[in-house]
Structures are given as C-alpha cells and as structure tokens.
Ligand binder design. Structure first.
Ligand SMILES: Cc1ncc(COP(=O)(O)O)c(C=O)c1O
Length: 448
C-alpha cells in the first residue's frame, strides 16, 4: 500500500452514508443517485457537469433546526461567506434567519434579494469607508468592529449621516479551535479582532462607549472552524463574560449581547460526527448562563453565525470522469471535468472529502483512487484518498458530497476554467440559481 491517509475500503461502495449526503439523496431502483426526486443522469444532461446541486428542502430544514434550537431569545445569523446567492437570501428570510455579510458584494446581494437591513450583521477586518457608509445608510442591524481605526471610522460616518449605529466589538479570546482540538492559550497573532489580553479589548469598549455615533450592543468572538465539541466555546465564553464584568464594573453598563461566531463542524467523511443544532444550542446557553451567574451579570442575548453547518451538507458537486490512470503500486488517478477551481479546499487546507460513483452501481472491487481536476497544477486534487469501484470509466458520473460551503464561494477562473452553476433541487424540480460562467463572461472582463 502507498503512503498516505486513507481509511480501509467501505463494506459497500454503493451505499450512501446519510451523514455526508444531503437529506433527499438516495439511489433509485436503477442504482442511479437522485436528489429531490431527480436522477443525476437527468441533471447532468440538463445542466451539464461540473455543477453544484443544492437540496433546497434540506437547506430550509437546517435553517429551521437552527432557528428552533436557539429559540426566540437568541439570534442565528447565517454566515454568507459559506455560500450566498439571491435565492439563498430568500430561503433564509422565509425560514426566519438573519444574515452575516463581510463585503459590499455580499451586502448588495442580501439587500437586493430583500433581506431586511436590520437582520444583517456586517463583518470584516478592513471594510472600506464606502462599504461602511452604505451599511449605515441602509440601516444594517449591526456592524462588527474589528480595529481601533474602525471604531472611529464607523462613529464618524454614522454621525455624519445623523445616525447612531448599533455595533459589536470583535475580540480575540486566545482560543483557537479546529475539529476536536482547541488551544486555550492560542497566540493573538492574527488579523481579526482586538485582543482581550493586555486590556486592548477593554480599551476598545472604553473608546466605543464615548462616541455618539455608536451604540455598543455587545462583544463578538469567533474561535475557529469545523469544530465538533463545545469546550473551546466554554473557554471563549468565560473570557468574554470576564470582559462584560469588567465593563459593568468600570462603566456601570451591562452589554446586552454576546455573539459566539460560527465554526460548527459537518461530516465530510464517515469518520466525522457533528452535533445537532439543539445539542449545540443547549450547551452554549448553559455555558453562557453559568458564566454570567458566576459573574453576577444578567445573561445577555446570544447569537451564533453558522455557515458551513447549514449549507455544507446540503450540496454535492457532480463531475464526469474524463480519464482513468492506474499507477502501479500506488493508486489510480481519476480525472474529472472540474477541479481546484470549483473546490480549492483540498489544496488549501488538505480538506478530506468522500466521493461516490452516482450514475450506476458497481460490484467491482474497491480501488484506491485520487480524484483530480483538469488544471495545470499537480496540487489540483479534489479528493485525496478514496475508494472507487475498479471498473470506473470515462463517461461515468461521480459526485463529491458536502460541497455546499466554501466551494462555489471560493471558486476561481484558474486556467480560464468556467465556474460551474449552482442548481437548486426541490420536490422533483430543478432550477439554476447561479448560472454557469461562459467564455463570453471571461472576455467581457478582459477589456483588451
Ligand atoms: C466571524 C465569522 N462568523 C462565522 C463564520 C462562519 O464559519 P462556519 O462557516 O465555519 O460556520 C466565520 C468563518 O470564517 C467567521 O469568520
């Protein structure tokens, strides 16, 4: 066996682990995978490959699960950076979620699709003056301040528009969490937020409270990504509540809100065991309540910002196999018609994914495979280690599940490859919500 990280072959290569596939995905009686009642063979014919297919029923159900889990006394902000389109904004609005945006482009998409401005939070470590002005003018619910300069900048812009802008201050709590591990004394050496350590965050609060253009409503912290347990949040909440107590003692003000950010994990492979929204909500509520009781504070209103945990599992990328190249004693390289331009996460973070043959079933032996793209780059890997049936052949359709988050939103035009469409599927109907890029689109930007 070659070196590398891969699990033993699954007992049944045709089985679809429900942990990693969107909820309406199954195999039909012919063995073809379907989503929302539509076989992928038909979807490929109609929309081409590569393409992202998002299970709208599943997306909406996940929004409701998060909203219900946190209830009326908390706020769930979907993190638009995971994937945003006008259809998604409408789904969020209809299912009662709020939205976190972090650029003028995301703000425009949100407002254009009718998200009420007061349900929008505006993030970012370097918002331009124009973006801030637009956010204040349109009445976004909160701006999350990320630096001392921004405190002054937002206050000045709000005042010049005759407004008092609701803001939170993003702090770095010295906790870094990824998957099951977290470091409670993580260094503050990163671009986001204002450090709690050394009293910088307390100073930021001091300055924000003095400025007429700002209404400071709370403290924000985001500790990482793909997190499976709540112990990192426990330390973060302890430290944020410590700051709330300092603020109360120094200024006689109890800040009414605390935002614990996003970062909740999903299953990319069968090895991952994410927790349900109601378990997460219960744990976070208990942690914050306990910490506030201990500090003698009223429990603030909690908000969270899940992105991946809502959209990630609801989509898969459908590819057509182009070439199959067995490397003796190593593995077989299966090339598809997309690659790092539609999923950069494997190259960027060494992310793990699953893959399945979806246009048919197969009884062939499992074959150690690497799914690669069509780009001029040897790091162009979509799935590093996976088992596919040994009879896989050009023309077969394969799908990579759990590509709803940070795939289309991070897609590029590397090699002038065209970005795939996003197709929403629901109750036997499929419709394009983001169309495939065309070569005319590329030429339109290239002004010659
Ligand atoms: C401030 C903030 N909130 C929410 C998120 C969403 O994280 P995830 O999609 O992992 O839930 C991020 C991700 O980077 C973030 O920086």
């Amino acid at each position: 066996m070659p070196e590398g990280h891969y699990a033993a072959p699954p007992a049944d290569l045709n089985a679809l682990d429900e942990k990693v596939w969107a909820r309406t995905v199954s195999r039909d009686t012919d063995g073809v995978v379907q989503v929302g009642g539509i076989p992928v063979t038909r979807l490929a014919e109609e929309f081409g490959t590569p393409a992202y297919f998002v299970d709208e029923t599943d997306f909406r159900a996940r929004c409701r699960a998060w909203a219900d889990a946190f209830g009326k006394d908390a706020d769930v902000f979907y993190a638009g950076k995971a994937f945003l389109s006008r259809a998604v904004v409408r789904w969020l609005k209809e299912e009662g979620l709020n939205l976190d945006v972090c650029s003028g482009g995301e703000l425009t998409t949100a407002l254009d699709a009718g998200m009420p401005a007061e349900r929008i939070a505006f993030h970012g470590n370097n918002k331009s003056a124009e973006e801030i002005e637009r956010a204040v003018r349109t009445g976004v619910g909160r701006i999350v301040l990320d630096s001392f300069q921004e405190i002054v900048r937002v206050a000045h812009i709000a005042q010049s528009l005759g407004k008092r802008q609701k803001v939170q201050i993003r702090v770095t709590v010295g906790v870094e969490a990824h998957t099951h591990e977290f470091i409670a004394t993580a260094h503050e050496d990163q671009k986001f937020g204002i450090a709690l350590a050394g009293g910088e965050a307390a100073e930021a609060v001091r300055r924000a409270l003095k400025l007429d253009g700002l209404e400071l409503i709370g403290i924000h912290s985001h500790i990482g990504s793909q997190i499976f347990d709540t112990s990192g949040f426990e330390v973060a909440a302890h430290r944020v509540v410590g700051l709330l107590k300092e603020v109360r003692d120094e200024h006689g003000v109890e800040l009414p809100e605390i935002d614990l950010g996003g970062g909740l994990g999903i299953a990319y492979t069968s090895d991952d065991d994410p927790r349900e929204p109601h378990e997460i909500a219960k744990a976070l509520n208990e942690i914050v309540t306990r910490e506030c009781e201990a500090a003698g504070l009223r429990t603030p209103r909690i908000s969270v910002e899940p992105g991946r945990a809502i959209v990630g599992p609801t989509a898969f990328t459908l590819y057509e196999v182009g070439t199959v190249k067995p490397l003796a004693g190593l593995r077989t390289y299966v090339s598809v018609d997309g690659g790092m331009s539609d999923n950069i996460r494997t190259a960027l973070y060494d992310a793990e994914y699953s893959v399945a043959l979806v246009s048919r079933t197969s009884d062939a032996e499992p074959m150690l495979s690497r799914v690669v793209g069509k780009h001029c780059e040897s790091g162009d890997i979509v799935v590093k280690d996976a088992f596919l049936p040994a009879d896989i052949a050009p023309g077969d359709l394969i799908a990579v599940p759990a590509t709803g988050a940070y795939c289309r939103s991070m897609a590029s035009n590397y090699n002038h490859v065209l970005r795939p469409p996003v197709v929403a599927v629901r109750d036997g109907e499929a419709r394009v919500i983001v169309r495939r890029e065309t070569e005319e689109d590329l030429l339109r930007l290239d002004v010659g």
